[in-house]
Ligand binder design. Sequence first.
Ligand SMILES: [Fe+2]
Ligand SMILES: [Fe+2]
Length: 467
Amino acid sequence: MSQATRTVRADELNPGMVIEEVTELSFDYASLDEKSLKFLKNAFKGAKAVLVGGDGVKTVAVEELKLYDSLQSILSISPSSKIATVVEGMGAAMEKYGLLEFKVSQSGKSAPAVHTAPKTEGEAIPIGSQAAKKRFEVKKEEVKKFLASMEKAVSSREQSNLTVEEMLDNGRQGKFSSKGVEKMVEEILDEGATPAMKAIAGLRGSDQTYAHCTDMSVILQECYVDILGRGGRDPSPATRRFALIAGFMHDIGKSEVPKDILESTDRFSPDSQEMILMRNHTTYGSRILSDMGMPNVTINVAHYHHVKTETTLLTSYPKVSYAEVLPLTRLASITDVYQALIGKRRYKKSWVPGKAIEYLIQLEGSEFDARVLKQFIDAMGRYPLGSLVRLSTNTLAFVMEMAPIEHAGRPIVAVVENADGELLTNHTLLDLMVEADLTITEVVDHYQHFSKTEDQAFNIFKSIRVA
Ligand SMILES: [Fe+2]
Ligand SMILES: [Fe+2]
């Protein structure tokens, strides 16, 4: 006899359970591609799909799903469907397909589910092991490539800022077009400039609205791709492209806010006319992108990137249910705040990435979807690329490559200052996964520490060479 329903994660699916609904899907389903459509129509024949659109949430038959639809959940799965009854090893397969959480009836065997697929990049690597040394050799080559792309990334970032400025200026004259941004996105992706651009965002800060859009979108795309990759998926060029475009255009509605309000140094009161206009950039943005015929997910990002988990908060707008906020938008709202912290504003200086991560962790649950925040932090690393850290030997080093997720405090670093406070010209690359005795003791504010010129920290970072 059927028991009461309950909600389980993919790895808690046990043989004998009956799946009635899929309550959470991975990011891929935020904009359906042909492959996902085919899979859904085959696996969930007869079920109902819950979609998020520009005009709210609606339910359609799975057979009616279309390209670029944003799927939120799947209901009314027939017990006779081949996917309904859980069999051995199905949890891992479900996770691979991006089906993450389920409403099930019948408890199934009490034995824990068999994990047939690793959940992250593979088995955990022990610190100081032979496997750690092997990993370091591979990563060293990646660091070299990354350093070689720095100059190009600097000019790509400048070019991007100009393109965003142009897009907003044209918008002020009622001429909206995504052509410039789309062309630029192609170039950035062709050059593979996004990882270095992400590091530069944290090392140089920036006080322009345009750089906010550039940096935010690069960080959004990098995290999104990382999250998909961890789920065992290989993000297509189209996926990278739409994440970048969604980021570049998230504040397009600001083109309808008068420049003197946008650039004002005044702090407006929450109910002032100026603040109301500022907040409207989200609804303006959604309308502009709908008129341009952009995909649903891009519109959702522009419309809802200021909606908080607690929708009653004064800082949460527009007033909609959190259920309407797509996963990519939830990630975008975190990236938006993160960039605001590491970027400069007229009323505050830039935070360093490591401090911004610490701050975001405190907001978990009240402002951000806790699960997405965890994915963001896993993707950025506890010490993001370009962070300046003090090691237990009292030397200072820049983070050059992320740590494995299960040892988040052990990235690959390049030592730039010795224990006597002397700048080094020969930089040693150290992998804290290999150097078992070394630890990070603190995050150092690179702007404060290297303050000779505004770009001193960045120039030192750029000069690092790996033998
Ligand atoms: Fe915004
Ligand atoms: Fe923004």
